[in-house]
Structures are given as C-alpha cells and as structure tokens.
Design a protein around this ligand. Structure first.
Ligand code: SAH
Ligand code: SF4
Length: 345
C-alpha cells in the first residue's frame, strides 16, 4: 500500500495545493473539512457529497490520524475517560477527556515518551520515542469528539498528556493554529493551556508569538537543590531563570501563569517549602495549582498528606492557590501520568 499523508496535518494552503494539482475546485476544501471536523468521519467513502472518483483519490492520498481508538476506559463517576489510540506506525498514545461544569476538556499528548525524565512521572520513565505531528495532536481532539455524545464537543484543551510540548515546538504551534481555525475545531486560544517542565528559551519564544494561550509551569519545588532532583531539566534552566521567563510570559501575553506543584510526602511538602514558594512568586500574575501526587508503580515517592496545610499556608501568604480536582484517578487518567503499562509489550 502506498504511504498516505495525514489530512489533519495539512494547512488550508497545503490542502488547496493538493486540490489544484488534481484540478478539483477550491470549494471541495470546505466540504472535506466539514466532513472531517463537524461530521467526524474517518473514512473518505462516507463523504457522500464528494464525487466517487475524488473520494477514492482522497483515500489513496490521505489518512486521518488517530482514527483507531483501541481501548476506552471510563472512570466510575463518568467524569473522565481515557482513549488509547493506535498511530500509523504502531505507537500508542493516550488522550484523556475530562468533564467540568464549564465544558469538556481534552488532555492531549505531544510526544511518545518524554526526554525530560522527571522523578515522579510515568511518561518520562520509559524514555523518548518520537515527537507527535500537529496532525496527530489534532487527531486526538477529533477522537475525543467522536467518543462524546452527538451534541457534545471538546471546548478546551490542556497539552498535559505524555511528552514535553515545548520540546516539540513547531508541531505544537501548528496544532494550536489548526484547532483554533473556525473551519476546523474553532477552539479559542484562551481555552488552550500548555504545560511545560521549564524549557526557558521556548517559553520566551511562545511569549513572542503573543497568543493568549495559558502557560502552566511544572515547578514542583521552590529551590534548585530540590528541583534538580525532581525535574532534571532544572540543571540547565534553574528556578530563577524559569521564574523570570514565566513572569515575562505573563507580562507579554497578559495571561496569568499557572504554577503546578505536585505534592510529594516529605520531599516538597514542608511549611518551609510553602513559604519559599510564596516568596519566589509573590507579586506575579500567577496562580498555584497543587496536585496530589499520583503514585506510579516502581517509583518510591508517596502522595503528601499535607495538601490542605500547604494550600492554607500559601493562601495566608496572599498567593492565589487551588487544589486540582482529581478526575479519573481510578483509570490512571490523571494528566502527565499516562502510563508505561501500555507502552510495554
Ligand atoms: N511535560 C509537561 C506536560 C506533561 S506533564 C510538563 O511536565 O509540564 C503534566 C503535569 O503532570 C506536569 O505538571 C507534571 O509535572 C505532572 N505530573 C507528572 N507525573 C505526575 C504524577 N505522578 N503525579 C502528579 N502529577 C504528575
Ligand atoms: Fe516529561 Fe512532563 Fe513527565 Fe517531566 S512531568 S517526564 S516533562 S511528561
């Protein structure tokens, strides 16, 4: 079988170019996009207002990424579900769907594996395999939409699945542009959050694009000694440079930065840590999201029992702080905790 391109990875210009080369009128683009993004079809033969010969031409030229969902797990309370998706090259990724009062959010993976290797994370523990393409990221959103009821659609995106999104910068930006496009999913930039372990130059590059996207910084520790142990990338971009970059991001985009802080028992959950954290970020346009650690098999770190105390201390210091609602913990669906289990044979 000849290799096909992923239709979801194409910009309008690229799609128009294909149409033009083969002598198809431009309005076919709108039809194709409507089938793929509104009607959510994955088989070109289903595009009934497209002439048959063109449908087979499309099938021979293209495929639609992430059309193979091989497993779905729903949490007991139905608030979260996790899709296991088979990619064209046989790799598997996971996408998590979370229901909130204000809408439905998809937690999208950006890479297969991750290079960063944080001490508490399942994604990093199995090493890096490859970057995802923009199309494969778009495909996750469509796979999520297909798994929802016909009147429901993903309305916000968190790029907090497997991988370090800023380590796959060009694909990430292309992904955000594609899903923002009103002929595709039309998801506003304000409804997109990108989570990073702290690739400082890329934070600044993202800021320079001036997209009103929310940046989440996975801080997890208020000083270099501790953060070096938890997030090895800290040895390259220490806490002070990371905080400065986050501040610049907030200033340039006007968007409040989120600091994520996974609370690990007796590692980063002391009152002293909370006070240092407060000192570090005081006065910044930011917010702290405390995440109770999700224990990972094979990693000897435990969930903190001081989540509320840590929260209260930060709050007393005048820091805007929340505790992340735990969705789908029973299906290992917590973001950033996509499991090795599926990656292993
Ligand atoms: N690589 C990016 C985005 C994916 S991880 C990043 O690190 O930010 C998404 C979030 O889940 C990060 O804040 C990450 O630190 C957190 N996370 C990873 N493993 C976790 C675990 N076992 N328990 C709680 N949070 C975890
Ligand atoms: Fe990679 Fe993020 Fe996991 Fe760290 S927490 S290993 S950066 S996915």
């Amino acid at each position: 079988m000849p290799e096909t391109r992923d239709l979801l990875d194409l910009t309008d210009e690229e799609l128009d170019c294909w149409l033009k080369e083969r002598g198809y009128p431009r309005y076919r683009r709108d039809q194709i996009l409507a089938w793929v993004f509104d009607r959510l079809v994955t088989d070109f033969e289903d595009m009934t207002n497209v002439p048959r010969p063109m449908r087979s031409d499309l099938s021979q030229s293209f495929h639609i990424a992430c059309s193979k969902v091989v497993a779905v797990r729903k949490s007991a309370d139905d608030a979260a579900s996790k899709l296991l998706i088979l990619l064209e090259d046989g790799q598997k990724i996971e996408t998590v769907i979370m229901r909130y009062r204000y809408g439905i959010s998809a937690c999208v993976s950006s890479q297969v594996g991750c290079k960063i290797g944080c001490a508490f994370c399942a994604s990093g523990a199995s090493g890096f395999v490859r970057d995802l393409t923009a199309g494969e990221m778009v495909g996750q959103v469509l796979a999520a939409n297909r798994s929802l009821g016909s009147d429901e659609r993903v309305s916000s995106i968190v790029v907090m699945g497997m991988g370090e999104p800023l380590d796959n910068f060009d694909a990430l930006v292309k992904f955000m542009e594609l899903i923002h496009d009103s002929d595709r999913t039309g998801i506003g930039y304000r409804r997109i959050t990108v989570s990073t372990s702290g690739l400082v130059p890329k934070i600044l590059e993202l800021a320079s694009l001036r997209l009103p996207v929310t940046l989440a910084v996975s801080l997890h520790a208020p000083d270099d000694l501790l953060r070096n142990r938890l997030v090895p990338l800290n040895r390259v971009y220490p806490v002070s440079t990371l905080i400065e970059a986050a501040g610049q991001y907030a200033e340039t985009t006007g968007r409040r930065v989120t600091f994520e802080y996974a609370l690990i028992r007796r590692v980063n959950d002391s009152d002293e840590c909370a006070r240092s954290l407060a000192r570090l970020i005081k006065g910044m346009l930011c917010h702290v999201n405390l995440i109770p650690l999700n224990p990972v098999s094979g990693i000897a770190l435990e969930r903190s029992d001081r989540v509320q105390a840590f929260h209260d201390l930060l709050q007393n210091e005048g820091i805007d702080v929340t505790i992340r609602r735990e969705l789908g913990i029973d299906i290992d669906a917590a973001c950033g905790q996509l499991r090795r289990r599926h990656a292993e044979p």
